[in-house]
Write a protein that binds this ligand. Structure first.
Ligand code: ARG
Length: 578
């Protein structure tokens, strides 16, 4: 990567800056950074438009069209812009220079980063996702945090941030009291050896049911937890065994999803730091005694108070999270800490962030929350009432995909069919989740997830594979021609449209990462694939004359490169052949 390409502005930023300069040249009191541009949807309006002549009319006390005209009159046109039209009430429609675009696209095509600026410059971010409460089996409600979290993680890493991904396991909570109690009373050694996860689940479920009917049982579960946290040797031994088994199980499922972490530190890791945490809160005046408990009052922040030490001396979820922040800040010195959990934890994190700010931490805190994932027949429930296990969902995805692959590629050998089906099935599930706005309730349906003709993972994976085969056909027919010896040229509008879409990859990644929204990227990829398909269906390819043909091959190559890179940032594999 040349120096010049490092930290290069995206197309959008570059045009916004050019327009900013033009606005200030015409109206010196304006601030250039307040001027922005947006991509247009129809080529007759150019490729970008600027609407500030309208939005600034009041402030400048002039008619929008007059403002637009003055801006154009005082503008020195950069090489990137062919012309700017004033349209309607005062839109500035920017038409980009074809040769300039082609040149920029050639550079992006030759760049590993496809023009995405490494804006992170190695700065550190801690991301807390996955983080399930263990010993209980993972159900489909456990899909979204590791899935959305790892997509955001990959985008930030690509932007050259140093990401510390931490799987903050719930390994210290009430479920351990329940499981230990159950294990002591009706644990089955033999079953535990044969199928530990199943036995753990059986023990947990039965003990949990007891605890709901029987107060005495519940009290004893609590007692077991207190013993564990107090350091009781026997309970610690059982706990350790359960944690090891559960972590291996979580890792196994996460790795099927292509999700991995830099560190896996459960809540237990912070246990020894809780007293000191609470002391710091007290000595800095962030928390004070109230009815026997130690409480952080957050009136100024208009939040409910948070108990950091219960009247029985016990600590809670909030205390652990405060200790976790302190530990992360000290160890990693991050510029941001990001949490990805479901919507039910919004208040919790607002309280934690407020408390940590009072403690003087000036890290940026972000809570990315998401809505529940539903199945059409109810919230994450099967017909028999139990939650659909994550494992079942992944299995079903792979077997559905296998049926599709067998039909589309009967000649492929069975092992390869299975491998492709794995990538397609898992990709379908992940994409179905990622393509939704995180902050909405998602209803998962197999038809939509697997659709070969809609906004789905398989659709995009197929698009990549189809481009590869077009490329192969070209190489077969013209084995001695090297397309890169021919320049990219636009002879049809659709080619220019496609080029602009491709050059919008960098700004899309920035927007998706900064907004913590993988769906910004999926929308873009789907749109790109559709633009490609319009291009492919409407212009001759192999039959085009030499030069134009090679330019089109080069466009294809860059489309494939962007689609594969984009999907890989979402944690979705793209098999060469499907
Ligand atoms: N274990 C929690 C749960 O399953 C999520 C933990 C999120 N991270 C955190 N630092 N609190 O709901």
């Amino acid at each position: 990567m040349s120096e010049q390409n490092k930290n290069r502005a995206t197309l959008e930023e570059m045009l916004a800056q050019a327009m900013g300069r033009a606005f200030v040249a015409a109206f010196p009191d304006l601030t250039p950074s307040n001027i922005s541009v947006t991509a247009t949807t129809q080529p007759e309006f150019g490729q970008y438009q600027c609407n500030n002549a309208m939005s600034l009319a009041k402030q400048l006390k002039q008619k929008p069209r007059d403002i637009a005209q003055k801006v154009l009159d005082s503008m020195t046109m950069p090489a990137s812009i062919e012309r700017i039209d004033i349209a309607g009430p005062g839109f500035l429609n920017i038409h980009l220079e074809s040769e300039w675009l082609a040149d920029r696209l050639e550079q992006a095509g030759a760049d590993d980063r496809i023009g995405v600026p490494p804006v992170g410059s190695g700065r550190t971010i801690v991301m807390d996702y996955g983080s399930p409460n263990i010993t209980k089996p993972l159900h489909i409600g456990h899909l979204r945090s590791p899935n959305i979290g790892s997509a955001i993680d990959r985008m930030y890493r690509f932007l050259d941030y140093k990401v510390i991904a931490d799987n903050h396991l719930g390994d210290w909570g009430t479920q351990f009291g329940i499981t230990i109690m159950g294990y002591r009373h009706f644990g089955d050694q033999k079953a535990m050896e044969e199928d530990p996860m199943q036995e753990l689940e059986r023990v947990y479920v039965r003990s949990y049911e007891n605890s709901r009917e029987d107060e005495e049982w519940l009290a004893q579960c609590r007692e077991e937890l207190v013993k564990l946290q107090g350091g009781d040797q026997g309970n610690r031994r059982i706990w350790k065994k359960f944690v090891e088994l559960s972590v291996a199980e979580v890792d196994r499922l996460y790795s099927r999803m292509g999700v991995s972490f830099d560190i896996t530190r459960g809540e237990s890791y912070y246990h020894d730091k809780l007293s000191a945490t609470v002391e710091a809160l007290e000595s800095k005046g962030v928390a004070r005694e109230s009815e026997g408990a130690l409480v952080a009052f957050l009136d100024e922040e208009k939040l409910e108070p948070a108990i950091v030490r219960k009247s029985d001396g016990g600590f809670n979820y909030a205390t652990t999270d405060i200790a976790t922040v302190m530990s992360r800040v000290e160890e990693f010195e991050p510029e941001m800490i990001l949490y990805i959990t479901d919507e039910r934890q919004q208040l919790h994190f607002r309280q934690i962030f407020a408390i940590c700010r009072k403690l003087g931490h000036d890290v940026e805190f972000q809570h990315v929350w998401f809505g529940l994932m539903r199945m059409p027949d109810g919230v994450i429930k099967t017909r028999t009432g139990g939650a659909v296990k994550l494992e079942q969902m992944l299995d079903e995805a792979e077997s559905r995909a296998l049926a599709v692959v067998k039909e589309s590629s009967p000649e492929m050998d069975e092992q390869q069919q299975k491998e492709v089906a794995r990538a397609v099935g898992i990709g379908a599930v992940k994409y179905a989740d990622l393509s939704q706005n995180p902050q909405s309730v998602v209803t998962f349906t197999w038809d939509k997830a697997m659709a070969l003709d809609g906004n789905s993972g398989p659709y995009l994976q197929y698009a990549c594979a189809r481009i590869s085969s077009v490329r192969d056909k070209y190489s077969e027919r013209f084995p001695d021609t090297d397309p890169s010896e021919f320049p990219i040229v636009f002879t049809e509008d659709i080619e220019k449209m496609l080029a602009v879409k491709l050059l919008q990859f960098p700004e899309t990644i920035l927007r998706a990462a900064r907004g913590f929204k993988p769906s910004t990227l999926t929308d873009y990829l789907y749109d790109l694939a559709q633009t490609y398909s319009t291009f492919y269906q409407n212009v001759p390819f192999l039959k085009a004359e030499e030069g134009i043909r090679e330019s089109r091959v080069r466009l294809c190559d860059i489309v494939a490169k962007v689609l594969r890179q984009g999907l890989s940032l979402l944690g979705i594999e793209t098999p060469e052949r499907i």
